[in-house]
Design a protein around this ligand. Structure first.
Ligand SMILES: Cc1ncc(COP(=O)(O)O)c(C=O)c1O
Length: 393
């Protein structure tokens, strides 16, 4: 067969990944992805969910989805510029811009698409992008898609960023792009320092608040609310798939930016609008976020508890204030082994390995959910303690 040769090449590639302990397989979850899940018929504590506030199963959110299903049906039927722009979008975009304190917002079909569309539209061939070394893949891909020159600054290092900006006067526009809360590390970008540099060097800042939106700040407004920052140089990106518990991405900023994206962002134009229940879900969830400070606090307390307890066991847990708690292991093989041991003990915290994280920094990325009970977290710590004990030489 003509295809045999290419299949063999693919098979070798998979075998190589397996030998390097980097082969990924899809886990199967048989229940809603909240605090406790069913896997292969067993009840397991889930520590790998971005449904941080547990809103995906919240009754008012589910009811909003059901009502939208009854009223609008299952699908958008077209791109937003054709038949897919349901009136629900206006309500959702209004809420996002209110929470982000911007003039306007635009919802994309995912956070990935929001980054792709935003960066490739704004950053032109004679521009310069300065991108944090640990930015999310969707930012990296957006940068690759743009024709701008790219420079990578050391992770969360304003001094290095300043050095690069000092030598960048020839660029037509300078764009600093960073995750707000880093997705695999849980630390916060030094946004006040970055904005200060942006003002000094006449640059613009794109901040991806995927993991801060709904979690940080007084009303869940995210990283800018956390730092009490507003600035006309800031452009906000985020997602509705994490704390909001559904699907979709957004860009928030001035109306003129939103109008430009509607006209030129290819990942916005050439794709179908979100299913109506998904948009309704996000509206209901954001309404809840605005009035649920106790959920956010509970989530952040959970994360702090895990950081403290796991450090006591001698595990390497970087400093952090957000809800993501990485347990740094190093070798991919060991990270995978620990994840497998924990699964046997009833915890699902899969190993995150290169290329998602840099080489030799494989880890378990723990993310508690506000709906976890204190007893759940005690079980988590006990399971880690048992593994640490079992793995001692
Ligand atoms: C920082 C960051 N940006 C963007 C995304 C993509 O968001 P979505 O899942 O909505 O495509 C993610 C998701 O993992 C993320 O962590």
């Amino acid at each position: 067969m003509k295809t045999d040769r290419i299949f063999q090449i693919w098979q070798h590639e998979l075998e190589r990944l397996d030998q390097d302990h980097l082969l990924r397989k899809l886990p199967v979850i048989e229940s809603s992805p909240t605090g406790r899940i069913l896997m292969a018929g067993r009840e397991i504590i889930l520590l790998a969910s971005n449904n941080y506030l547990g809103l995906s199963t919240e009754p008012t959110v589910v009811k909003a989805a059901q009502d939208a299903l009854d009223k609008y049906g299952t699908g958008a039927s077209g791109s937003r510029l054709l038949s897919g722009n349901l009136d629900l979008y206006q309500k959702l975009e209004y809420r996002i811009s209110a929470l982000k304190e911007t003039e306007a917002a635009l919802v994309f079909s995912s956070g990935y698409q929001a980054n792709l569309g935003l960066i490739s539209t704004l950053c032109q061939a004679d521009d310069l992008i300065l991108s944090d070394a640990l930015n999310h893949a969707s930012i990296i891909d957006g940068c690759r898609l743009s024709k701008a020159q790219r420079l990578i600054y050391n992770h969360c290092d304003p001094d290095h960023l300043q050095d690069l900006l000092s030598n960048a006067s020839a660029a037509a526009n300078r764009w600093i792009i960073t995750d707000g809360v880093f997705s695999m590390d849980g630390n916060l970008a030094p946004l006040p320092e970055i904005l200060d540099l942006a003002n000094r060097f006449d640059a613009y800042v794109i901040i991806d608040d995927a993991h801060g939106f709904g979690v940080l700040g007084t009303n869940g407004g995210g990283i800018t609310s956390h730092f009490s920052l507003t600035d006309s140089r800031l452009i906000h990106v985020g997602t509705l798939s994490k704390a909001v518990g559904g699907l979709g991405g957004y860009v928030a900023g001035p109306q003129v930016l939103i109008d430009l994206l509607i006209n030129q962002a290819r990942s916005f134009i050439f794709t179908t609008g979100l299913p109506p229940p998904v948009i309704a879900t996000a509206i209901a969830a954001i309404d809840l976020i605005a009035i649920s400070p106790e959920r956010r606090q509970r989530l952040l307390n959970h994360a702090e508890y895990l950081r403290h307890q796991l450090r006591q066991l001698g595990l390497q847990i970087p400093a952090g204030k957000a809800q993501i708690v990485p347990v740094i292991i190093g070798a991919a093989e060991q990270a995978k082994q620990l994840a497998d041991q924990l699964l046997n003990l009833g915890l699902f915290a899969p190993a995150v390995r290169p290329p998602t994280v840099p080489p030799n920094t494989a880890r378990l990325r723990l993310s508690p959910i506000a709906t976890h009970t204190d007893a759940d977290l005690q079980t988590v710590v006990q399971a880690f303690a048992a593994c640490v004990h079992a793995n001692q030489p």
